[in-house]
Design a protein around this ligand. Structure first.
Ligand SMILES: Nc1ncnc2c1ncn2[C@@H]1O[C@H](COP(=O)(O)OP(=O)(O)OP(=O)(O)O)[C@@H](O)[C@H]1O
Ligand code: SF4
Ligand SMILES: [Mg+2]
Length: 338
């Protein structure tokens, strides 16, 4: 299958005083235009590191392996894939993991963008909102006339459903409420017309009503602009609201993947089952947290990484990392019980 974004065997390694660690381990996933993939997992499972690899923003000294192909459409991804197959090692221009910093400047913002939990990580506190959005547009279209840039920036604010956009454009980030700041960040991320958007816990810091509004906005924009959306969250209730498909991450690996409705209704990996039983927004009965915690990256168990916490473990679980097994059509899980 070929999609707008296709990631294969993405591994990220980082140097630490205790040696190299692997926060992202042989991750493969795909997202099509107009589709949203929810990426879930407990704190420390590698979700943000995966996003940073796709944005070319890994910490200094990081080693990265694998392929992340981004195309205009399925046809272009297929062409890049074929080219890479013909000349292994000589990655096509669209393999995100092989871009240099100069190439990244054209791709980041222009083709792929990210919104964060805390808008102030991407908004400049001492620059008016409108100016910031204009700069984001100018970074990719330097030849656009000043009037056109202004018009495009106003459009971007309007697209993010910011009330009184002319007034807001003249304000500084601290003059906006949390929800409006998040809208301004979304406007800025989409201003230069990317086709792929990563949202990393964009609503975690907001109260429930505002959270719902931002989720509805992202959902609307995804459909209207046919964005491929990677939505990162630890909240399965949010996944149910925004994701077509879901990928569950544990200790750097995808351990379950499939249509969101199916995975939430009948999870096949004990870890996903545990997350559901511990989800305050989905579980109607008594909440039961998963015992233990995510392993340290310096001490990931050799077989199934979830084995020390799994009530269903058997002898074979420690022997080797289980493969992703097909549970049902497009639903896979990395567990020997499947
Ligand atoms: N610069 C770094 N050097 C070494 N290890 C790091 C570095 N940055 C993060 N890590 C480790 O990488 C792992 C993955 O972190 P990451 O931030 O991707 O998790 P996450 O799933 O996004 O968690 P959260 O839900 O808390 O945001 C963690 O174990 C973290 O401690
Ligand atoms: S492979 Fe074994 S330890 Fe891992 S989740 Fe499945 S049953 Fe549990
Ligand atoms: Mg994170």
């Amino acid at each position: 299958m070929t999609c707008l974004l296709e990631v294969r065997g993405l591994t990220v390694e980082l140097p630490t005083p205790a040696g190299w660690v692997r926060p992202v381990n042989e991750v493969s996933l795909h997202i099509d235009a107009g589709e949203s993939l929810g990426l879930v997992g407990e704190s420390g499972s590698g979700k943000t590191m995966l996003a940073m690899a796709l944005m070319g923003l890994l910490p200094p000294g990081a080693r990265v392996e694998g392929e992340a192909l981004l195309g205009k459409d399925r046809k272009e991804v297929a062409e890049v894939k074929e080219k890479n197959a013909r000349e292994p090692g000589v990655a096509g221009g669209k393999n995100l993991l092989a871009l240099n910093e100069r190439q990244w400047r054209a791709v980041r913002g222009g083709q792929i963008a990210m919104v964060f939990q805390e808008p102030m990580t991407s908004l400049n506190p001492v620059m008016r909102i409108g100016r910031q959005i204009e700069e984001a547009i100018r970074a990719h279209e330097s030849r656009l006339a000043a009037g056109d840039v202004k018009r495009r920036a106003a459009e971007a604010l309007g697209r993010a459903a910011i009330p009184e956009p002319q007034v807001r454009a003249e304000q500084f980030p601290h003059q906006l409420s949390g929800g409006l700041r998040q809208r301004a960040m979304i406007a800025m991320a989409l201003a230069a017309g990317p086709r792929f958007l990563i949202a990393d816990e964009p609503t975690t810091a907001l109260d429930v009503t505002v959270q719902k509004q931002i989720l509805d906005l992202l959902d609307h924009l995804r459909r209207e602009l046919r964005l491929a959306l990677l939505f990162i969250t630890h909240d399965l209730g949010v996944v149910r609201q925004v994701a077509d498909r879901v990928a569950v991450m544990y200790a750097g690996r995808i351990i379950e993947e499939g249509p969101a409705r199916q995975v939430l209704a009948s999870p096949r990996h004990p870890y996903t089952q545990g997350l559901l039983n511990a989800s305050p927004t989905l579980e109607r009965g008594k909440l039961s947290p998963i015992p233990g915690s995510v392993p340290q990256l310096t001490a990931v168990p050799p077989g199934c990484a979830f084995e020390p916490r799994c009530s269903l473990r058997r002898a074979e679980c420690v022997a080797a990392v289980p493969d992703l097994r097909v549970a049902d059509q497009s639903h896979t899980a990395r567990c020997v019980l499947v």
